[in-house]
Design a protein around this ligand. Structure first.
Ligand code: OAD
Length: 261
């Protein structure tokens, strides 16, 4: 590690230790070292395949039974099957474990993640706002009840919520689908309280997630960007950790521990 990186890590650790309400905002880059491709940039899923239909949610609403049938026929699209298999195989990496360490230490109060891969929970994190959902769960689009993915196995399609009769779909937020109210409110209220945000592995191009670090800055707080590549947020960041999350985040945890000894 060069001197600039060492200095940036020291400065980031100091910010974390001195702040009252630290949040993490996470994107696909955190899981890249677990073998899950990112969406954008070199090797990204959409760089390779093009962006998926922007009205996926409207299509679901138009024929929910068909959507459920297609879930069963996952071999229909070999390119996306490759992506699904990569997620199924993925294990948490040192970046996920570093965030879990910060949570256990009482530094990290909540992680707002755009990732749906469940790797945060598998690394031991509990304080999560999964703004784009979690692929291992189903959700009622009306009352926002949630269940494990195979909960309704064997039932006729489309699946209706046993509580309110609303339609049930994957918890993963589709294009064109509103972000579920409960998690969105949680993200906004947490961001209001936040005085330091660590922004890990996101291109910061999808809203509202990309607005949270800007809100923190506008309210007088700070944010740290941890990303090997520049993003539209980089010029606003108080500290930039230019490197892979799997290397930078554990190094940051070591410095935080040293400051607290
Ligand atoms: P992107 O694919 O847009 O961006 C991934 C980011 O990860 C880029 O900025 C890379 O530089 C960075 N990156 C790559 N390798 C990394 C590593 N080892 N460590 C750290 N960072 C690394 O992914 P997101 O920003 O998450 O939404 O995209 C946001 C949303 O776009 C996704 O949640 C998805 C999509 O619409 C839904 O599917 C609902």
């Amino acid at each position: 590690m060069n001197d600039d990186t060492e200095r940036a890590l020291d400065e980031a650790a100091r910010l974390l230790v001195e702040s009252r309400h630290v949040l993490a905002l996470v994107g696909a880059g955190l899981s890249a070292e677990s073998g899950v491709p990112t969406f954008r940039g070199p090797g990204g899923l959409w760089t390779k395949l093009g962006e998926p239909s922007m009205n996926g949610y409207q299509e679901f609403l138009g024929d929910p039974a068909r959507w459920w049938r297609e879930q069963q026929d996952q071999q229909a699209d070999p390119d996306r099957t490759e992506f699904r298999e990569a997620i199924e195989r993925a294990e948490p990496n040192p970046g996920h474990y570093a965030l879990a360490d910060l949570e256990r230490m009482g530094i990290l109060k909540m992680t707002i993640t755009q990732n749906v891969d469940d790797l945060h929970a598998r690394a031991g994190q509990e304080l999560l706002a999964e703004i784009h959902g979690n692929r291992t769960r189903l959700r009622c689009i009306t009352c926002e009840s949630r269940w494990p993915r195979d909960h309704f196995h064997g039932q006729d399609y489309p699946i209706h919520c046993p509580e309110c009769r609303g339609l049930v779909k994957s918890d993963t937020v589709m294009f064109g689908e509103p972000i579920p109210r409960g998690v969105l409110d949680l993200c906004f209220s947490q961001t209001e309280m936040c005085d330091c945000m660590i922004v890990c592995g996101t291109s910061a191009t999808v809203y509202p997630a990309a607005s949270f670090p800007q809100t923190v800055r506008e309210r007088g707080g700070a944010f740290i960007e941890a990303n090997p590549n520049p993003t539209p947020l980089s010029p606003l960041a108080n500290v930039v950790l230019r490197g892979q999350n799997g290397q930078m985040l554990p190094a940051l945890v070591e410095r935080v521990k040293a400051l607290r000894r």
